[in-house]
Design a protein around this ligand. Structure first.
Ligand SMILES: [Fe+2]
Length: 249
């Protein structure tokens, strides 16, 4: 399997490119609309054809490239079945592996950051989305977020994976790339190192994070699989490419 970790700097997002060398098909997980051309060029450079885009959840900090890529190359849009997105082509559920050639993605429903959030186990690694970040986790104060649900998701479904499972998060804001289940269980300051559920609730309640500057545009756009709003304020204009066809209306 071909595996590439691509970085989008505006939202510090990691997009993962998976390639099946036998069938020549590629999957992009959490592609960002402002990096559409770069990611498609990388797929082509590797001699692959983009077959699917997958989003781990409805993002609040960037617009997914799913729709732009479907328009550009005919890739199918994969999202959580429980989100019931009319624009999605395929819905994933826990317990039903998503297979592309020799690649098997095992969906793990991991609510807490958002209620429809999924992580994906893939051989010796797990793509954790925003449920588990390196030494951190996604916030739980929007999009039906729930600290207790996130604690259970991480402990029951991620920390139960083998110690040497590699952890590939959807973001890192400090230039880190990869961790492992053993490392996060041992030293994640929010969810690991013996932190109890009650302690985690307090940590999340006291984060006092600012209101997400892009959420009011990104969430409705992502519920349409990646539409850039027409009324984007000038200071957020670089979150969307300057392509008319990606805009609404
Ligand atoms: Fe997120």
């Amino acid at each position: 399997m071909i595996f590439r970790q691509l970085y989008e700097p505006l939202s510090s997002t990691y997009t993962y490119l998976l390639g099946d060398e036998v069938s020549g098909q590629a999957i992009l997980i959490d592609p960002v609309i402002s990096s559409t051309e770069r990611d498609l060029a990388e797929v082509r450079r590797l001699g692959l054809k983009l077959a699917y885009t997958v989003d781990t959840h409805i993002h609040a900090d960037h617009v997914t490239a799913a729709l732009a890529m479907r328009r550009a190359v005919g890739s199918k849009i994969v999202a959580a079945a429980c989100e019931r997105l009319p624009c999605a082509d395929i819905g994933v559920e826990e317990g039903r592996p998503f297979r592309v050639g020799g690649i098997a993605l095992h969906p793990l429903h991991t609510p807490g950051h958002t209620d429809g959030h999924f992580a994906f186990r893939l051989d010796d690694r797990v793509l954790t989305g925003d449920a588990l970040l390196i030494d951190g986790c996604g916030r739980t104060d929007f999009q039906n977020g729930d600290a207790a649900a996130l604690y259970r998701s991480v402990h029951d479904k991620l920390f139960s994976l083998p110690d040497d499972t590699l952890v590939y998060p959807a973001h890192d804001y400090n230039g880190r790339f990869v961790s492992s289940i053993a490392q996060e269980r041992k030293r994640n300051p929010r969810l690991g190192a013996g932190t109890t559920l009650d302690e985690f609730r307090v940590i999340m309640a006291e984060l006092k994070l600012p209101y997400p500057k892009f959420i009011d545009y990104a969430v409705p756009g992502n519920r349409q699989c990646g539409v850039c709003p027409a009324d984007l304020p000038a200071e957020l204009a670089n979150f969307c490419p300057q392509m008319e066809e990606s805009r609404q209306g």
